[in-house]
Design a protein around this ligand. Sequence first.
Ligand code: URA
Ligand code: SF4
Length: 187
Amino acid sequence: MGKLQLLKKQVLNCKKCDLYKKRTNPVIGEGSLNAKVMFIGEAPGFNEDKKGKPFVGQAGKILDKLLNSINLKREDIYITNILKCKPPQNRDPTSEEIKACTPYLDQQIEIIKPKIICCLGNFATNFIMKKFNLKEKIQGISKIHEKLFSTSTLNGVIKIIPMYHPAVATYDISKFNVLKKDFEKIK
Ligand code: URA
Ligand code: SF4
């Protein structure tokens, strides 16, 4: 069994935090195992929980438009989240949940070895920047989205691009253009 298959099996059976009790399906992630670009969101929402797939609701539609604007397809990239199970009422992930769940994300990064990590929103940005020793450079997403970071790892240099979470564009249309501009950096 491949490493990612093994990970899937672990997540499907995971009870490391209380979110397992109310999930319909955990959302592990999907995309190319050879992806150079990895997108990390926050947590599954209603639609993702129903389907077991990442970004299939409103935020997903926006993500698709943004990907399309730089000629990337979902098959070219890998998409996952900080948490694999849906928090109730879309509330923020707790630090306990993040601590329990992110070893799975660490493994996904290890397996896929992306060259670029796009952090969608504050939770992904904070986790990834801490992980790659950029903690002192963390700022709120409204400031940090204009920046791009590099980190040297055993698997080579990884670029880190913090962005607004695409869901913000569902209630603030001006953010769509900000996101679009930030997506240009991926090219
Ligand atoms: N929002 C996220 O952060 N992730 C999803 O998969 C869907 C919506
Ligand atoms: Fe396990 Fe993560 Fe789901 Fe919690 S959110 S039960 S740690 S897979």
